[in-house]
Design a protein around this ligand. Structure first.
Ligand SMILES: [Zn+2]
Length: 373
């Protein structure tokens, strides 16, 4: 049993009166006012960040053999305690080896938790595919999904797809029936198709405003529905490059902190200097922290802690809501109600932040996995 004392506790939704948290075997036992334990001198203690859309970090890429096994130790440096290494559109063979890598890495149980796979592609719309390889895009058929994930279907936690493509609605229902989080993204669905997909089980959007047509007042499309339908949770990239701070405010004001959340959509240059990198097999140039290929944005160089600072200091979102949008809301979306909150019974996954919201320490399973020098 261990107690962290003298902390300002944010439980995922609000600040608490208690100043200590006691945990054992990786699970929170109680919030209390004990004085015996590790004294953190008034620092902020929050649930660890949950990033359900990231492709890489610090020279590691989720599609490169062996890299996922090293990611968890890096993620904790940025306060992340649970994440989904996300794929990009690839051949069945490459996608299968990505899934095999996830299974191997999940068995390690060190560093940040791997929640499962997030497949971004190949079921995307051609016209808004971003840097995804047009030659490898496919119709979202159930049989194609099963070929792609053969033997590892149980690892798939989230799928980003364009439901308007042939077979899309059936696949949405198939995945949703199996508890997979289905996310509309890289899609040109009409508003009617989007609503139908939500009715069949789509529960989130992928990088809202990116990879979709912009809002038109007579053709509201995917975006019009995302912003107005309470049954869909809106993901957005909080790097201030993919969407303007004013647009982040628009999402936040439309959805509220329990129906929108931020992700990094980061690639391997996150946490690294400008230069030449890869996103899967795509060659990417990073200048001034912006990752691009032929003028198209190609993932971000964002980390979750920087995302939180951006939301609070640049967008003006109140701190409690900004934290909730990086912790409890994404955890709830993927039905992990044991993550993203500090309460008895939840996992002892914490990030400790200073006043400037810099990461001072990260705990996963009750173990300190990172401490700033
Ligand atoms: Zn992505």
């Amino acid at each position: 049993m261990k107690t962290i004392t003298n902390v300002k506790i944010f439980d995922g939704v609000s600040f608490r009166e208690e100043s200590a948290v006691t945990f054992s075997d990786g699970v929170i036992l109680s919030l209390n006012n004990r004085a015996d334990g590790e004294n953190l001198h008034g620092l902020l203690l929050c649930p660890g960040f949950v990033d359900i859309h990231m492709h890489g970090i610090k020279g590691l890429d989720s599609m490169r053999a062996g890299d996922i096994a090293k990611m968890s130790q890096t993620e904790v440096q940025y306060g992340v305690t649970a994440y989904c290494p996300t794929s990009i559109t690839e051949t069945a063979e490459r996608t299968q080896s990505y899934l095999a890598d996830i299974r191997a890495a999940m068995a390690c149980n060190r560093g940040a938790r791997i929640l499962g796979a997030h497949l971004e592609g190949p079921f995307l719309a051609e016209s808004v595919r971003g840097i995804h390889d047009i030659n490898k895009l496919k119709d979202p058929k159930i049989s194609t999904f099963r070929d792609l994930t053969r033997g590892n279907e149980d690892l798939v936690m989230r799928v980003t797809l364009a439901p308007e493509r042939h077979g899309g609605m059936e696949l949405v229902k198939y995945l949703s029936d199996r508890g997979v989080c289905v996310s509309i993204g890289h899609s040109v669905a009409t508003s009617m198709e989007t609503s139908m997909a939500i009715g069949l089980g789509v529960t989130s959007s992928t990088h809202t405003f990116n990879g979709m047509e912009t809002l038109h007042h007579r053709k509201p499309g995917v975006l019009g529905v995302i912003l107005t339908d309470p049954n869909i949770c809106a993901e957005f990239i909080a790097d201030l490059v993919h969407i303007d701070p004013i647009v982040i405010r628009l999402i936040y004001q439309s959805k509220g902190p329990s129906s929108c959340f931020f992700c990094t959509d980061s690639m391997e240059a996150a946490g690294m200097p400008d230069g030449e990198y890869f996103l899967g097999r795509e060659h990417i140039l990073v200048e001034s922290g912006v990752a691009q290929k032929n003028g198209k944005l190609a993932g971000s160089t964002l980390t979750m802690d920087q995302g939180l600072r951006n939301l609070v200091f640049n967008v003006g979102i109140p701190l409690p809501h900004a934290i909730q949008m990086g912790t409890q809301t994404p955890a709830d979306l993927i039905r992990r109600t044991d993550l993203g909150r500090i309460r008895p019974g939840a996992k002892a996954d914490f990030v400790v932040l200073d006043q400037a919201l810099n990461v001072i320490a990260t705990f996963v399973r009750g173990i300190c996995e990172y401490r700033a020098d």
